[in-house]
Design a protein around this ligand. Structure first.
Ligand SMILES: Nc1ncnc2c1ncn2[C@@H]1O[C@H](COP(=O)(O)OP(=O)(O)OP(=O)(O)O)[C@@H](O)[C@H]1O
Ligand SMILES: [Mg+2]
Length: 347
């Protein structure tokens, strides 16, 4: 009995994990425990030794008051690896955190990656995860994982359209019969909305605000459609003319104006994807509507905005930050059943 229990505890199966390696956040799922890690894709590095000090939420907490000897880095850019060594160290840190004292067992990993990933980028992701301690690495494209995680019937013949607005990429995919029939992927997403807010504050109020503040403004009062309640917020920043700290009150309408060009690019990408969808699948989509996920789906009024510009029904995920890792987790647990959903690592 005792032998059986400890044997189970050490079983290879329970060490396996699904990873959503996102531009903004990394999530890890295990079969036994579900989502076990949800942290910012950020690392703190020692300026002198170039060694990683820590990663994830501890780094986010440091932002704004970082000592001189520390550099903060976001090693993923637009969904793909910008700094190979740092991604590997970050993953090693996260995987170590999840495995606790069971580090000697090498897990099998299913990792979700952007659908537009190049073969070279695929190699970089696989190498990073292997170097971080994995035994086998399987790739699945983010839209497929997200659709599966949201419970969409991805293996059936009818078309499903999913829109994933993340931090670095917006991916729009039509999925049927376990494959992506057509996709549009743009490197315009949540981060660009934050940039647009920073630029607006600069241009209109001569005010410099940090990236973290811009994101806060977006989350608190940002809106993508005029029907959403107009909220106000006090903003603190630095006056660019006088160099002194100042505070002003801004509202949702202004922030919508600030984001309008960027939101317009997202709308165009969605329309492009619809126009490229084969007619028989388009008719399924007209009937079912569009499905919205990723952190950007939390922006208030974005469903209304998309619905207005496409004349289609838009449903929003109930848990938009976790759909991708849930879907990758479903594949991990039923890898033989869902083999068709995996990406070819070499193409
Ligand atoms: N309440 C909210 N309102 C608006 N935007 C939000 C909200 N919550 C999170 N976001 C935005 O969602 C984005 C992160 O989403 P998500 O975690 O899905 O991205 P990611 O998977 O890390 O990135 P990617 O898929 O592009 O690699 C960030 O830009 C964040 O500011
Ligand atoms: Mg994502």
């Amino acid at each position: 009995m005792r032998f059986n229990l400890s044997f189970k505890w050490l079983s290879l199966e329970s060490m396996n994990m699904a990873i959503d390696l996102g531009t903004t956040s990394t999530l890890i799922y295990t079969k036994d425990e579900g989502i076990v890690l949800e942290e910012d894709s950020m690392v703190a590095i020692d300026k002198n030794t170039r060694e990683m000090i820590t990663a994830g939420k501890e780094v986010k907490e440091m932002l704004g008051r970082i000592p001189d000897n520390i550099i903060i880095s976001e090693p993923l850019e637009d969904g793909v690896i910008a700094d190979f060594k740092l991604v590997e160290e970050m993953l090693r840190f996260f995987i170590g955190k999840v495995q606790k004292r069971r580090l000697f067992i090498k897990p099998k990993v299913v990792v979700a990656v952007p659908s537009g990933i190049t073969p070279v980028e695929k190699r970089a992701v696989i190498n990073s995860i292997e170097e971080a301690g994995a035994r086998e690495v399987y790739l699945v494209s983010e839209p497929i994982a997200a659709a599966l995680g949201e419970g969409m019937p991805v293996t059936e013949p009818a078309g499903n359209m999913i829109i994933d607005i993340g931090g670095g990429t917006t991916e729009i995919a039509v999925i049927a019969l376990s494959g992506i029939v057509n996709k549009v992927s743009i490197k315009i997403a949540g981060n660009e909305l934050d940039d647009a807010i920073q630029t607006y504050m600069y241009d209109k109020y001569n005010m410099a605000i940090g990236k973290v503040s811009a994101e806060k403004i977006k989350k608190n009062i940002g809106s993508a459609h005029p029907s959403v309640e107009n909220k106000e917020m006090e903003i603190r920043g630095r006056d660019l003319v006088e160099g002194l700290p100042k505070k002003i009150i801004i509202n949702s309408n202004e922030i919508r104006e600030a984001m309008s060009e960027t939101l317009g690019l997202m709308k165009n990408a969605i329309k492009k994807s619809l126009s490229e969808t084969p007619p028989e699948l388009a008719s399924d989509i007209v009937e079912k509507g569009l499905f919205l996920t990723g952190g950007g789906a939390l922006l208030s009024g974005i469903d209304k905005m998309i619905s207005k510009s496409t004349n289609l029904k838009v449903s929003v995920s109930e848990d938009p930050l976790r759909g991708v890792v849930k879907g990758a987790g479903i594949i991990l647990v039923n890898i033989n059943e869902y083999r068709d959903l995996l990406m070819d690592p070499n193409r």
